[in-house]
Structure formats: C-alpha cells, structure tokens
Design a protein around this ligand. Sequence first.
Ligand code: ACM
Ligand code: ZN
Length: 766
Amino acid sequence: MKNYLTLLLLAVLFTSCSHQKPTFTKDDISIIPKPSSIQLHESAFEFESKTKLVVTEAAHKKAANYLKGLFSTSAGFEFSESTSKTAAAVIFETVEGLKEGAYKLVVNPSQIIISASEESGFFNGVQTIRQLLPSEIESTNEVSVNWYVPCLSIEDEPRFKWRGMHNDFSRHFIDIDEVKSFLDYLALYKMNMYHMHLTDDQGWRIEIKQYPLLTEKGAWRTPNNQDTICMERAEENKLYTIDEAKFKTIDGERKYGGFFTQEQIKEIVAYADDRCITVVPEIDMPGHFKAAIDNYPFLSCNGQSGWDTVFTHPSCLGKDTTYEFMKNVLSEVVDLFPYEYIHIGGDEVNIASWKECPLCQKAIKDNNLKDEHELQSFFNRDIEQFLHSKGKKLMGWDEIVEGGLTKDAAVMWWRGWRPEAPKKAAENGNELVITPTDAYYFDYLNEGNTLEKIYNYEPVPENFTAEEEANVLGIQANLWSEWIPSFKRLQYQAFPRMLAVAENAWASKENKDFEAFNARVEKQYPRLDELGVYYYIPIVKGLDKTIAMVDSTKVKLELAYPLEGVEIYYTTDGSVPTKETTKYTEPFTVSDTVEIKARAYKGEIFNDIKKTKVEQKVYLNSEAIEPKSKGLKRFLISGKLKKVEDIKLKTTTKYEVVDSVDIADFKGKKPVNMVFSGYIKAEKDGIYQFETRSDGGDYLYIGDTLVVDNSGWHGPRKRYGNVALKAGWHPITIKYRPSDKPRVISAWYGMQGKDLQLINSTVTGF
Ligand code: ACM
Ligand code: ZN
C-alpha cells in the first residue's frame, strides 16, 4: 500500500502534469474547515462525463454516491463505477490507522486518490473536493464549466469527534425538506452531529403512537405572543414571515404547528446517515413539557399546567404514571434513532412546583433525597437505567449535574454563566459537549455572538486537565427558534457563523487564524449563493444613537465591516428601505426632525433595519462665569428613596470637592444617594453627547434641562442624551440613587460623533 502511494506521489510530481490545464494559487482555494496541511502543485485534474469512480468496499459507497449526486445535478454527468484502478478516475482506497473522519487526498492531472480508514473519512475527502471545485458544483441546474480541481496533496483530520448543529422544532417548526437542506449544509462543512430538539412547551413535534394527542393536539397551537411579534417584525423584514404551510385550520381555528411522523423521522435519519451525520433526538423532560401535560393532565402536580413565573410547571415526579409515560415515549424514540445517546433535556425545571406538591414531597422523603434537585436526579437515574435496558445512554443539559449524576451520562454545557458545571462533570469523568451561550448560541444576533468571537472562542475550559479534556466530545451551535420563524431567517442566523463552529470543531488550535479564516469565508459566498443560502451581511453603523442638530447635520453611514458587493439603502420618511429607495453614496444633510432607516443589501440578501430619530435642539446659552475651583461638589443624602427624583438638596447639605463622577469608597457599602454639581465646559458651539453609567438610577441635567434619563431600578447600565451647547461654562447636576448594593456612577461627554471623555476636574469647576 505504502509503495503504491509513493509511486502515485512521484507520478504527481514528475510525470503527468499537463500544461493545457490551469495551475491554481493558494488564493484560489478556500476550504472550510481548514485542512491540517495542504501542498499545492502545478496543473489540475478535470472531471469529465467519462470520469470513473474506483469503489472497492462498502466504506467507499456514501462518499462515492455523494460525489455522483453533485455531478449528476450540476454537470449532468453520470459517473460509472469501476473496481480496477484506471486513469481519469477518483480512487477510494482504504488504509489503516487514520482516525475517524480523517482522510488523505492526492490530486494529480489524471487521478484523484482519497484514502481513509472508514466511511466518514472518505465522505470528508469528497467534501474537500467539492470545495475545490467551482462553486457551480452546487447549482441545481445543469451548467457548463470546466470542472477543475487543483493538483495538490492534503492530509487532514478533525480535532473533535462531535461537530454539531442543533435545531429547535418546537418554538418554530421547519419541515422535512428544510431539514434535508440543512443536513446538506452540515455535510459541506464536515459537521457530523445533528441535534433535534423535538419537544418543548410550545409544541410536540414527533409522532408517538401510544399517545396520539401529543401530535394531534400538542403539535398545533393558537399563535402565541412570539408568533405575533414575528408577524409584526415581518412588516419590516420578510424573513420573519411565518410560512403559510405551517398553519392549519382545526375545528374552525387557525393553528400554527407541524410534526414529523415516525416514517419521516426514519427518512431524516437515513438522509443524515447517507451524509455520515448522526441524529441525536431530544425529548426534553421533566420541564419544558407543557405540550404533553396540556394533553395528558395526569402528568402534572396538582393539575397545574402552563407558565409559572419563569418556566412552565414540570411533570410530577411523585407519580408512577409520569415515569411510565416517559418510558413509553422513549421506547418508541429509541427505536427510531440508532445513535447511542438519547438527549432528555433536563434544563430549566421549575422545581417550585415540586415544593408545593405532596406527592413530589413524599417521593423526596421515601427515597431519602435532600431536595428537589435530588428528586430530578432520582428521576434522571431511573430514566438512565431504562435507556440502558434499551442499549442507550443518557445525555442532558448541564442542569443534570446539579443533583449528582452517574459517570455514564453525557452533559451538554450551555450555561456560560455556570463554568463550574462542566468542570464538575469533567472531574466526575462524564463526556461533555461544549455549547455555551457566550459563543455558540446562534439565536443570539450576529452583532452579539459575532463571527470573530465565535471563531476565537476556545471551547475547552482553561481549568481542564489533559484527562478532562479527553472527555470533551466536541462542540455544537444551537439555533433556538423563538425568533426564527422561517427557514430563511434560520439561514441568516446560521451563516456564516456555522463556518466558524465547523472550523473550531475541526482545526487544531495552532492551525487557526481569524483574518485568514475570514478571507476564506468571503470565498464561500458564491457557493452559498448557488445553494440558495441566505446569510448575514454587515449591519449599517451610524444610526446606533439618536442624532441631534440645531439647524442641520450631516449623517454618515457605514458598514460594520467591508464586504464586496454590499450596498446601503436608506429612507428618511419612516418607510422601509429597499433597493428602490435611496442608495447611500456619501454623507447626507438632514435639516428636519425625521426618522432615518437603513439596511444593507448584497444582491437580494438584506439584513435587519437600523433606525434612529433626528432631533432638533435649541442652543443652551453658557453662563458668564469663570469657576474658581476645579472639580465638582459632591453632596451625600442618606435614606432609602423610591425614585431618583426624590433626591432633594437642602441649602444646609454639606459637600466635598471631587475630581470626577465616581462611586469612590461607597461601592458595595450601605446605599447613599449622591448629587454632583458644578459647571462643565463646552469648548465650542455644538451638539454634545452626555452618557452615564449607574446601578439603581440617575439623572443628568444641564441647567434645568434633563439630558440623560438613566432612572428606573436597574443593574449597571449606560444611557445617553444630546444637548446643544453654546461655547462656555454650563451648570451640570447628576443625581444618583444607588441600588441596594451600590456599584457604579460614572459620566462622560463630548461632541456628537467624537470619542467621549470622562467628566473630571480638567473640564469641570465651581
Ligand atoms: C437551554 O438553552 N435551555 C438549554
Ligand atoms: Zn408532583
């Protein structure tokens, strides 16, 4: 085997380079995830209708079939298979010793050789060939191009064996055809795990034959408040439009929903398997279970169903019938999904319901459990044993760590704010999938969990030992669908961020570089365009804050980052910007009180609208004084106050002189209200922006004009306001009413559109 490969390699290097074919450069190539190593050579291999696939083992089949499918659709080529190694062929060759998913690829002018040790390696090799081909390979129509693949050698293997994506079918449903498209995207980027969140409060999405009401009724809902908000958003952004096909009239009422029959589930599992993707079902229990409890009320504690203060009432863990129901459901589920793990959720359980339930309390007592967390663990263990009896293992969200868990359960860490959970699981020897809110929650907007943040996120926690790291199966991104009512919006949330997760899951830490990755992402867009994938494009900047003016102002818009082919369109009459409205070319003047709305377009792809108001201001005159002292007076007023406006200064209130607006030594101490007052300097006539940050609440005044309203009762947060100031000194007052644990009061100012500076003694006096 080894000799054969060496010979082939020599053939590549010395003999068979044909000069009619093009030679490619590194810049022509964009492979995501980035391969471990690439050696680029001269010339190219060209796929033609007569190209043969040399397939000699069952392990080659899925990869060969996928390659055939691609060419059949976009080139009209129907490749035939051969068992002997001929020229003008793609040769699949099984070798020993490569890890799961790994492959080697050698392309020379007359042959392509893919070697791997098992089927997913071959499949991944084909995906690399796919990304080396012109993007027209993704076309759904027959096109005529030269199907060149650059001559090269690649050695490649994944960092993690779990390279996952998740869809939430409950909050908003996507149908089987959409699922198949999504699986094709996963395949393209060498992702191999597909997590289906099939049940939740808002809908049950998998047929269970023993409990038909789960889907007859539980799959259909009266449109809820999230549907209503999505429909409102759809007026400005059609990606929020809920597909008509997902509505159905039942007993005269228009309902939203959908579900998969067991036959469809089998079809999905088989479709995924053809792409070397494993499907992991999630049946979330005992919380997030309203869709079942509504239709089988015996599952509840005290007959309760529906929402409590934060989560829904869970199923009762003091009744045998609950355990029986869960097991009956899971019996049907385990038969449909071949993978060893079954995900049982376990997140966000409203344990308060169990505190009030005599049956749950009896179960705690009878089983010598400490509390409701242990009751959930008791339930988990019972379910786990049941799954074992079916040859399966239990997986759950990281809440399952709380009441103790067996070594056998696998944990999905999602609560970014609970870093102790993965550590506890890892110390206990449990397998882990890393999917924290901080990076891998793709329901969060692109402006929050950005491509760069995701890419640079190191999934293995720093405090893991090497042994604990070995228990990290891999990573996954989640697409919770409360605000994702359409497949197009789902694509917008997933792309291009999924490419960052794909590369994080695949490439070694040392082999990663954001700038280089980003350049490769740009080269993927023509491919995504061919696939009809809707992706995120840079948002318009410049309208993040209200704009103030006296007579007129210039409005400057820009893109959050440059991307070829992206243009900005805007309106100033409140209407929705489209490609028919004004195209932004340079800063424009506004001299009226208007609302500006803008969005970017790349071809037919558009993004979320950014908007702001332009406010007309009247100059505040400065006072004819020259402060004698630098800094501000700080008055302290004790007593618990309901509102910031309750702060009252008496003429007798004593003050100290301070350099800046600062909480100083009062942080974390008993709350004391504060007033800062004095004068602040405006260097020249113009619009000034003031900003405060406080906990509890504050107001900032210039003279009698309230400029920043940061009142209410809140944790540390920023608010801003604009004011037109004539050059000179202006009276400033800041009133701060801290929260019960005083944290912060700070203030900044500056000319609108410029960097703000901290308000301190260089610009204040009295
Ligand atoms: C979750 O996001 N509740 C797992
Ligand atoms: Zn109960």
